[in-house]
Ligand binder design. Structure first.
Ligand SMILES: Cc1cc2nc3c(=O)[nH]c(=O)nc-3n(C[C@H](O)[C@H](O)[C@H](O)COP(=O)(O)O)c2cc1C
Length: 203
């Protein structure tokens, strides 16, 4: 079961440099594009940045609709991740080709992918063209994640519930396990004042 993640907490869905399957839609055209160049770009409001090549259908559809959805895949759909990164939606319908299923979005009109474990529905608020890729800045309008996989950050409990990280080409990795690196003196101070919020620098 997937539970809603507050928009303000949604950036942690992509914090450890995960690869995304970006869904796009405009006037009856639908596409899925593999995107690994993405990052959080603001906290309040929550913003994400994705770098998209202008030759792609993804670029075309985002330009027209001003929205996109970042879906977080796992190793269960790793072959589809490569397919969606090697073939253009201008050549074929990637939903049909990969068996990835559309699901109804909550706020935007672009569907998300049912078989993924996290989703960020984004509305484009800014566009930059610093080089050969165009950077779309999206404001998170709605986000949700598989509750066994994500609770304020990725839990990394089971391999099938871990996001993928792109190492290059068709090679990916998953993270091993979280490590709590809080120094003992800070841990003691936190235990003494349990209501203190984490410092801004801890993201
Ligand atoms: C693992 C992986 C990561 C990729 N990351 C990006 C990316 O960040 N930005 C981009 O423009 N293309 C990226 N690509 C390439 C696009 O996914 C590819 O050009 C795709 O065929 C475009 O499909 P479309 O025309 O249907 O949008 C990536 C490909 C792979 C396999």
């Amino acid at each position: 079961m997937k539970v809603q993640v507050p928009n303000s907490g949604a950036l942690r869905l992509i914090l450890p440099g995960v690869v995304g399957l970006v869904t796009t839609h405009h006037r009856g055209k639908y596409d899925i594009t593999t995107v690994s160049w993405m990052m959080p770009a603001g906290r309040e409001p929550p913003l994400v940045a994705i770098a998209v090549h202008p030759s792609t259908m993804c670029y075309d559809l985002i330009k027209r609709s001003s929205e996109f959805v970042i879906n977080i895949p796992t190793r269960d759909v790793i072959n589809q991740v490569v397919t969606c990164g090697r073939i253009s939606g201008n050549e074929l319908d990637k939903f049909e080709r990969t068996g990835l299923r559309m699901a109804e979005p909550h706020v935007v009109s672009t569907p998300y992918i049912e078989q993924c474990i996290g989703h960020l529905e984004c509305a484009v608020v800014n566009v930059h063209s610093p080089g050969d890729h165009v950077i779309f800045i999206g404001q998170v309008a709605f986000a949700m994640a598989e509750q066994d996989a994500f609770d304020e950050s990725w839990l990394l409990v089971e391999n099938d519930l871990k996001p993928l990280h792109h190492l290059g080409g068709a090679t990916f990795a998953t993270l091993d396990a979280p490590i709590d690196a809080t120094p003992p003196d800070i841990r003691a101070a936190m235990a003494a004042q349990p209501d203190e919020e984490s410092p801004e620098s801890e993201r």
